[in-house]
Design a protein around this ligand. Structure first.
Ligand code: RB5
Length: 149
């Protein structure tokens, strides 16, 4: 996919990593749009940034979400129909998130991985295509389910 731009957002726990990733990714030519938060000291609520990501993300764009563990911000992101968010830890999970799951948002934990690993896995995520085929059918089955109805 030809990437137009990359949206990035974090809570306070992810602010430091967001700043470093923004610098590194724009230095290698990506257009990065920062949706906040804007400092590491003001405590904020991670779902607000997942919702902001959903409002901004459109076709031909990818998103990066960061909180302390990546767990909360990815759970909240996946409440939105236009997001398939994968919490990744390394290049392997980032590659499979694209090849098998066609994820359009990568989430990570600033308290669980270092900047080098984060950057490497983002590069893999951005440069890996969805494999389609049997995965297409499975991805199409990812829809909100209503129990007891
Ligand atoms: C904030 O302290 C922390 O709870 C948040 O960044 C995240 O790890 C939640 O999943």
């Amino acid at each position: 996919m030809q990437i137009d731009k990359i949206f990035i957002a974090s809570d306070h726990a992810g602010f430091g990593l967001k700043k470093e990733l923004k610098n590194s990714l724009s230095n290698i030519g990506y257009e990065i749009i920062d949706l906040g938060t804007d400092d590491a000291t003001t405590s904020v609520d991670y779902p607000d940034f997942s919702h902001k990501m959903a409002k901004n993300l459109d076709d031909n764009c990818y998103g990066i979400l960061i909180c302390g563990t990546g767990i909360g911000i990815s759970i909240a992101a996946n409440r939105h129909a236009n997001i398939r968010c994968a919490l990744c830890h390394d290049e392997f999970t980032a590659r499979l998130a694209r090849q098998h799951n066609d994820a359009n948002v990568i989430a990570m934990g600033a308290r669980t991985i270092g900047t080098g690993v984060a950057l490497d896995m983002i590069k893999v995520f951005l440069n890996t295509e969805f494999e389609g085929g049997r995965h297409e059918r499975r991805v199409k089955k990812i829809e909100p389910q209503k129990e007891n109805s």
